[in-house]
Write a new protein. Structure first.
Length: 105
């Protein structure tokens, strides 16, 4: 599965969470914080949990392309990249392939 998100208006962590919530269809109770992001993205292989409208199959990988990534904001960089790493680490721990391949353009 392929997905493209444009971060052109993302200049704060709050805006990053808002953009990701909208793009992935996270639930209304999404906490818009680092741990909530890991929880929601980490469950994209488990649609029965209802944490994301975007789901992938057991052996599927999401190719996530981010356009206009804000490379000048270390807080966004650290939060976003580390969240993706945690999600993929969880998949590997469960003896699955990484869930998300990240592409930055």
């Amino acid at each position: 599965m392929e997905m493209v998100i444009d971060f052109k208006d993302v200049d704060t962590v709050d805006k990053m969470h808002k953009e990701l919530k909208q793009a992935f269809g996270f639930p209304d109770f999404y906490g818009a914080n680092f741990n909530a992001l890991i929880d929601c993205l980490g469950d994209i292989r488990y649609p029965e949990y209802g944490m994301s409208e975007v789901t992938i199959g057991e052996n599927e990988i999401l190719s996530l392309t981010i356009k206009n990534f804000p490379y000048n904001d270390e807080f966004i960089i650290n939060n976003f990249f580390y969240a993706i790493k945690c999600v993929n680490d969880k998949s590997i721990l469960n003896e699955e392939s990484p869930s998300i391949h990240l592409i930055l353009i």
